[in-house]
Design a protein around this ligand. Structure first.
Ligand code: URQ
Ligand code: ZN
Ligand code: ZN
Length: 583
């Protein structure tokens, strides 16, 4: 075992590798607003050069990315590692969880500190830092749950948003009535307080009271199996809560982020709210939502059905995954997370005779990117730029770590994925890196996976071989007041049509435009016609002679043409158009 200067075990890893120089050559760089053929040169964990004909020092390791896409490492905005809930503890700890993340192309995770009712938020935050800091294989940040409400909670929120703690988002629950739920009066105050602090309020949108009553009725009627979980909280219950949360945020004149949106009804409520709200509303969905469905709750095997239990639940409607992917492509939803919250079989067994006692949660941090690529890009619903937006860049913008994270550009962190769009594999619990022996995507064949994953300049997935080390990631502070959420100047960016979407005057004067959607459309077409595919730094991304991607087809790369898988995809979100806009 090797030990570095700080005493951390780094077996099998070249501990000086962060100082190593790395060149990724001949690939196609994909950002959320465009693609270009470019090499990427990395030194000391930072991207130092992007372009062709770079001048590279001797002794630099070269990765040949011919036929591959070079993308920002994924940012998973929603994980639960080492979380104690419903009488159990999640199986993936911060080591195994971040190891699985890296294996799948994710280089940053945002986990949730969830205090028990009555517990100090600062105490819970410190517990999380203790659990995570020496275990993470990649960088991580923290959201904090506001799971109860009091003057002391309010005060601790004020402390948590300071530079010392680096938190800029708080999650409130409209479910888990006996554990973490706030009532509407408390939720209103918590959201108002977030807005005052320029922190982003997040909500788990369900109706805990309806769920509690439905659960009583189902159990009394003898429905005890996992199927009862979905029956107790059908999609109307989610849609109602999404609408209610949006109304409360609008009354509080606050932005809002809705986590794990699972149904068409929820998306429809969001779609309507986004056209009327004074402040932006962001919608997150999950790998589970696009990669599987609620038919599994009817599986006769308890182990199988219980492994799919999460809240809100997967929906039995077989059209839901497709509708959710389309909403992601069309910018009705903005991000995809995993909500990775795995439990061992023995823990799920606690609900063998009562579905309401099954610990809630599924896997997803490892397969999130491959599942979305398979379901959205290979099917032609989403282009690679939008894929980067929803899996990485938008999370970086919303949680105010952009362009340090979520971008392939000079001075950004060297968190990079070399994505092989032709790599084929079948997802299985036999080969995944999670601590559990069940995978909700079991048996699914995916085309497109990471070949190399570089975390802060270290090659942690090396031609498919995982070489991570415990504790090499670091805690990432997320400053409040993201300009992408609250308006204001985006660091290093000139005024762009995209920024006009974020104009504070539009959102803070109290009067939304009469026809917001029409205005958005006009701005989008102005962007495409006026500036083509420009980065926020003004660098033109589209190559000379490259086809106009607006309403046309294009190839992921010349090298991938002619494959069986559908690689010539219709662009619904042209770079410079919808893909770069947050709403
Ligand atoms: O609600 C959540 O996000 C966590 C605590 C549990 N996982 C889940 O069922 N969505
Ligand atoms: Zn939740
Ligand atoms: Zn969650």
């Amino acid at each position: 075992m090797t030990v570095d200067a700080t005493g951390k075990s780094v077996s099998g890893i070249n501990i000086k590798s962060s100082q190593n120089r790395l060149l990724i050559k001949n690939g196609k760089v994909v950002n959320d607003d465009g693609m270009e053929d470019a090499d990427v040169y990395i030194e000391d964990g930072i991207i130092k050069q992007v372009g062709r004909n770079l001048i590279i020092p001797g002794g630099t390791r070269t990765i040949d990315a011919t036929g591959k896409l070079v993308m920002p490492g994924g940012i998973d905005p929603h994980t639960h590692f080492e979380l104690e809930m419903m009488g159990a503890k999640t199986a993936d700890d911060f080591y195994k969880g971040t190891r699985a993340a890296v294996a799948g192309g994710t280089t940053t995770v945002l986990d949730f500190v969830l205090p028990q009712k009555g517990q100090s938020l600062l105490e819970a935050y410190n517990n999380w830092r203790e659990k995570a800091d020496n275990k993470v294989c990649c960088d991580y940040g923290l959201h904090v749950g506001v799971t109860w409400w009091s003057p002391s909670v309010k005060k601790e929120m004020e402390q948590l948003v300071t530079e010392q703690y680096g938190v800029n988002s708080f999650k409130m629950f409209m479910a888990y009535r006996d554990a973490w739920m706030l009532d509407d009066y408390q939720l209103y105050q918590a959201i108002e307080h977030c807005a005052d602090l320029k922190a982003l309020p997040q909500v788990h949108a369900e109706n805990g009271d309806i769920i509690a009553r439905n659960t009583e009725k189902l159990l009394a009627a003898g429905v005890t199996s996992p199927e009862g979980h979905e029956m107790s909280r059908d999609e109307e219950v989610e849609g109602e809560a999404v609408n209610r949360a949006c109304v409360i945020a609008n009354q509080a004149n606050s932005p809002l982020y809705i986590v794990h949106m699972m149904s068409k009804s929820a998306v429809q409520a969001l779609r309507i709210a986004r056209s009327r709200q004074r402040q932006p509303v962001f919608g997150e969905t999950l790998a589970a939502t696009v990669g599987t469905d609620g038919s599994h709750y009817r599986n006769a095997c308890f182990r199988h059905a219980a492994a799919h239990v999460l809240s809100p639940p997967l929906r039995p409607d077989p059209d839901t995954p497709r509708a959710i992917i389309e909403a992601l492509a069309d910018d009705v939803l903005q991000l995809i997370g995993s909500d990775n919250c795995t439990f061992h079989e023995k823990d799920k067994e606690m609900g063998k005779h009562n579905f309401s006692k099954i610990p809630n949660g599924v896997n997803g941090v490892e397969d999130r990117m491959a599942i979305l690529w398979q379901k959205a890009v290979n099917t032609g619903i989403m282009d690679p730029c939008r894929f980067v937006a929803v899996t990485s860049s938008t999370a970086a913008k919303v949680f105010n770590i952009w362009p340090q994270k979520g971008r392939i550009a000079v001075n950004s962190d060297a968190d990079v994925v070399v994505w092989d769009p032709r790599a084929e594999r079948t997802i299985s619990a036999q080969t995944h890196r999670h601590a559990v022996n069940f995978n909700i995507f079991e048996g699914q064949h995916v085309i497109g996976s990471p070949q190399y994953v570089i975390v802060n300049g270290r090659v942690c997935l090396d031609d498919g071989e995982l070489r991570v080390a415990e504790g090499l990631g670091k805690f990432l502070k997320t400053p409040v007041g993201s300009p992408h959420v609250f308006g204001g100047e985006v660091p290093g960016a000139p005024a762009t049509p995209e920024e006009l979407h974020h104009s504070p005057s539009r959102y803070t004067n109290g009067t939304p435009p009469a026809d917001l959607l029409l205005l958005q459309k006009q701005l989008e077409s102005a962007s495409v016609a006026g500036s083509g595919c420009s980065t926020p730094t003004g660098r033109k991304m589209r190559e000379p002679g490259q086809r106009d991607l607006q309403n046309s087809t294009f190839s992921i790369s010349k090298e991938t043409e002619g494959l069986d898988t559908k690689t010539s995809v219709r662009v619904r979100n042209p770079p410079g158009g919808k893909s770069s806009g947050l709403w």
